[in-house]
Design a protein around this ligand. Structure first.
Ligand code: KG4
Ligand code: ZN
Length: 337
């Protein structure tokens, strides 16, 4: 069986042709550099770029894989959450193909695709904990199985990726801010700038990152900023948010001491941060928990995770075709415990 998937929820246009065993025949990810000068994604520019990218990437996918579009069995695309214009451009493109070739279309939840992304390259032991760290979401799930997720906690204000991007903007670093902060933090000292640890004394699994961002803002306003100080701010910020993540995972380990949890998945764009990974790994090793990650090109937004999620869900009896699914910018996954 051949699956064709498109991801276009934000500023990456991505297409993937995948076999039902997970073998990738072609996978294209076009990042939109047009937003770099704005310090964030401009929705209208993102929608227009998807429109420009889709046709040429589609042709490239077919040429690279040697696949005739008539041989594709299943069409799917991200239908939420995300920017509504971007979702509409991508899903309308794929829905049109599905109608034209008279093959089924399935709507995929972007967050669910991130959650399931490490199941393509790891031997999974359910239930696993999943730390979902993207530009728009920061959530912790207990993943009991495909289509069986419990939302344990989430951010009450900024998402972690958003906080990385905003701090980067304060330091005059390019967008997206995460990789830029990770890079300069290597030359900084982690304890040089005092930052708050919101909700430190609480047992909640919810997050709050806006106070840290405000503290960085104040520090930048009250000090003369040179490269050394920028490095120190980046290192202190990255360290503080890592401490917060570690604290939450510790709470999870205590909360679930009656359920055996063998794996912690770290997914989404921020999940590619090597400092965060190394620190969480140390903590997890002490608790005999394995960290599982998606393949390198499946941290940030990509269509391979969309195709893979479609394949996983097709094995469930209740997965309905989605030609009439209404794109939902706030589509959710899981039920809060
Ligand atoms: O998952 P993703 O590609 O898109 C969303 O679904 O939102 O995540 C994008 C976010 C951006 O905020 C970006 O700054 C952040 O992931 N990011 C990182 C790193 N690479 C990307 N944050 C910290 N460290 C990184 N290395
Ligand atoms: Zn994403």
């Amino acid at each position: 069986m051949l699956i064709f998937a498109v991801e276009s929820s934000c500023d990456e246009t991505s297409l993937c042709l995948m076999k039902s065993n997970g073998e990738v025949l072609s996978h294209k990810i076009a990042s939109q550099e047009i937003h770099n000068n704005f310090g964030g994604v401009v929705p209208e520019l993102a929608s227009r770029s998807h429109l420009l990218n889709l046709q040429s990437l589609y042709k490239k996918c077919l040429t690279e894989s040697g696949i005739n579009p008539g041989d594709i069995d299943i069409f799917c695309s991200t239908c939420g959450p995300g920017l509504i214009g971007c979702l509409l451009v991508g899903s309308t493109f794929v829905k049109s193909l599905s109608i034209g070739f008279q093959k089924p279309f399935y709507a995929i939840n972007h967050l669910e695709a991130h959650i399931l992304s490490p199941t393509i390259n790891n031997k999974i032991i359910f239930p696993y904990l999943c730390l979902l760290l993207t530009g728009g979401h920061t959530q912790i799930y207990l993943v009991n199985g495909v289509d069986n997720y419990s939302l344990l906690g989430e951010t009450k204000d900024d998402a972690l990726g958003e906080a990385f991007d905003k701090v980067a903007k304060l330091l005059n670093l390019p967008y997206p801010g995460g990789p830029a902060i990770e890079e300069i933090a290597k030359n900084g000292s982690i304890k040089s700038v005092l930052l708050p640890h919101p909700l430190e004394k609480s047992n909640t699994l919810d997050f709050s990152f806006s106070g840290i961002k405000t503290a960085v803002n104040l520090y930048v306003k009250n000090n003369i900023i040179n490269q050394k100080i920028k490095n120190n701010i980046a290192a202190s910020f990255q360290h503080k948010v890592t401490e917060i993540l570690k604290h939450k995972i510790k709470i999870c380990f205590n909360k679930f001491n009656n359920i055996k949890i063998d794996q912690l998945a770290i997914v989404g764009g921020v999940g590619s941060n090597k400092y965060i990974f190394a620190e969480l790994k140390k903590m997890c090793s002490n608790n005999n928990v394995e960290i599982i990650l998606p393949p390198k090109d499946m941290f940030s937004d990509n269509a391979a995770m969309i195709a893979w999620t479609c394949i996983q869900k097709l094995s469930l009896k209740n997965f309905q075709e989605g030609l009439h699914f209404k794109n939902d910018p706030r589509l959710q996954v899981g039920i809060k415990k």
